[in-house]
Design a protein around this ligand. Structure first.
Ligand SMILES: [Zn+2]
Length: 156
C-alpha cells in the first residue's frame, strides 16, 4: 500500500483528506518543517477511519526573499533580485527587460542575507517567463552542499 503524500503550504499547513468519508482537515505542521527525514503523519478522522500520510516539504516549500543578484545567459548579464526560493529553484526579477529563452540554461549569482552575505553561484534552467522582467528558474542540481544548503536547513 502506498502512503499518500500531502503538500505543505507556505503557511506551514497541510490539508489531509479522509480516504473513507472525504472529510478534509487542515493541520498546522510547522513543527515538522525542519525535519530532514520524511515525516509520516498519522491521523484519525471523526468518522473513525485512521490512516497516515507523508508530508511533502522539499518539493514545494518556497520562501519569499530579497536577494540581490545577477542572471547571466549567453554572456549577457541581467541584474535583479531573487524574490522567492525553494530547494528546486528561484523566481528572479530583472531590472531591465530580459529576453531569456525558456528551456535554456543560464547562470545565477546572488548573495544570501546571512551574516556573511554568502555568494551563491548556480547553473539554472529558465522554466517560465511570467513577464519580460520575471522568470521562474530551476536549479540544474538540487543538491546544495554550500551555504545555500545551510540556509535551507535553518530557514526552511
Ligand atoms: Zn473520515
Amino acid at each position: 500500500m502506498t502512503v499518500p503524500k500531502v503538500f505543505v503550504t507556505q503557511e506551514l499547513t497541510a490539508t489531509i483528506a479522509c480516504e473513507s468519508c472525504g472529510q478534509s482537515y487542515t493541520k498546522d505542521v510547522s513543527k515538522f518543517v525542519k525535519h530532514k527525514a520524511r515525516v509520516r503523519l498519522k491521523y484519525t478522522c471523526k468518522c473513525g477511519h485512521s490512516s497516515s500520510v507523508i508530508l511533502e516539504r522539499r518539493q514545494v516549500f518556497r520562501k519569499e526573499v530579497r536577494f540581490k543578484g545577477i542572471l547571466i545567459q549567453n554572456k549577457k548579464k541581467y541584474p535583479g533580485m531573487v524574490i522567492d526560493i525553494s530547494r528546486n529553484g528561484i523566481r528572479f526579477t530583472t531590472q531591465e527587460k530580459a529576453l531569456l529563452k525558456v528551456g535554456n540554461t543560464a547562470e545565477v549569482v546572488f548573495a544570501l542575507d546571512n551574516p556573511t552575505r554568502s555568494e551563491v553561484h548556480r547553473p539554472i534552467r529558465i522554466r517560465k517567463a511570467f513577464s519580460e522582467y520575471s522568470f521562474g528558474c530551476e536549479f540544474v542540481d538540487t543538491e546544495h552542499l554550500d551555504d545555500l544548503g545551510k540556509y535551507f536547513l535553518f530557514h526552511f
